[in-house]
Write a protein that binds this ligand. Structure first.
Ligand code: DAK
Length: 258
């Protein structure tokens, strides 16, 4: 399928999705979110893909939901036919590792999509914010839930209640992003990081992601029990035998993802 609002490509075992509505700072219109769900579905189903990078342009990762499209919305429409539900679930329930590479604005739904990814690598010019309050609404795609989990109550409250943006340095200090890189190095850095992940055993990477996400859903005791069971189950994998044999034999492991 040809995409109009995205550029989609692969490099080795990494899938790259670039949001591409430069005229609207990658505002998340219905077509873009539908295409994003489709592109992610394709990568999920493709056994040759081990990690995905989601990125935007230098000026904007995404400036939020498309306000021009959203402004005439009604409660009944949004409630009965939530235009974003399918797409957001495609990101937040994506089973393979997915990295957000953020340059420029990541606002509103843009910040929320970045937070749905497994981690965020930020360019030095990145700006994160939940400015919905300036539009007379509040965050609606996880901002009030994921932001406090990522950066704590005080900063999340301040950002959502004032609409102020956070720069990359503050975002790194607060734990919202894993690393900051120069703007011109973002794409290469994110692809290199994704390649490192894609070279691991895919089932083990997927289970690792699932286990970390479980930490946000369960008590510590339940989470530890879940981790232990999953760890034990990994001894059924050829990749566990290969990984440990390679260490003992002082060679690079060759994982077969089974
Ligand atoms: N929507 C539509 N168009 C946008 C846009 C947006 N979010 N952001 C920017 N644009 C457009 C501008 O209108 C402008 O278009 P033209 O006037 O040239 O036609 C073009 O992109 C360039 O923008 P600016 O001229 O404003 O550029 P500046 O550099 O001066 O400013 C800015 C950049 C990012 C500071 C500014 O554009 C801005 O404040 N943008 C809006 C940011 C924002 O408020 N984002 C939150 C959107 S609300 C839902 C769940 C969640 C949501 C919705 C529904 N459900 C569960 C149903 C999420 C809501 C949101 O994200």
């Amino acid at each position: 399928m040809a995409f109009e609002t995205l550029q989609v490509s692969t490099e080795g075992r990494v899938g790259l999705i670039t949001l591409n509505r430069p005229e609207a700072l990658n505002a998340l219109c219905a077509q873009l979110t539908d295409e994003l769900a489709k592109a992610l579905g394709d990568f999920e189903a493709n056994a040759d893909i081990g990690c995905v990078v989601l990125t935007g342009s230098k000026k904007a990762f995404a400036a939020g939901a498309d306000i021009k499209e959203l402004q005439a919305g009604t409660f009944v429409e949004l409630y009965t036919n939530d235009p974003f539900a399918k797409s957001w679930e495609a990101v937040s329930r994506f089973k393979k590792p997915i990295i957000a590479a953020v340059s420029g604005y990541a606002l509103g739904g843009g910040c929320e999509i970045a937070m749905m990814c497994d981690f965020i690598i930020a360019a030095e010019n990145a700006k994160f914010g939940q400015p919905e309050i300036n539009l007379g609404v509040m965050p609606g795609s996880g901002g009030t839930q994921r932001l406090p989990r990522a950066i704590g109550k005080a900063k999340a409250m301040e950002m959502c209640l004032t609409g102020r943006m956070m720069d990359a340095a503050e975002a790194e200090r607060a734990g919202l992003v894993s690393r900051i890189v120069p703007v011109d190095e973002l794409a290469e850095d994110a692809m290199k990081t994704a390649t490192t992940i894609a070279d691991k055993s895919l089932p083990v990477a997927m289970m690792t992601k699932e286990a970390i996400n479980t930490a946000f859903e369960t008590t510590l005791t339940q989470g530890i029990r879940f981790e232990r069971r999953v760890f034990q189950s990994q001894f059924t994998l050829e990749d566990q035998k290969e990984g440990m044999a390679a260490f003992v034999e002082k060679r690079t492991p060759h994982f077969k993802n089974r």
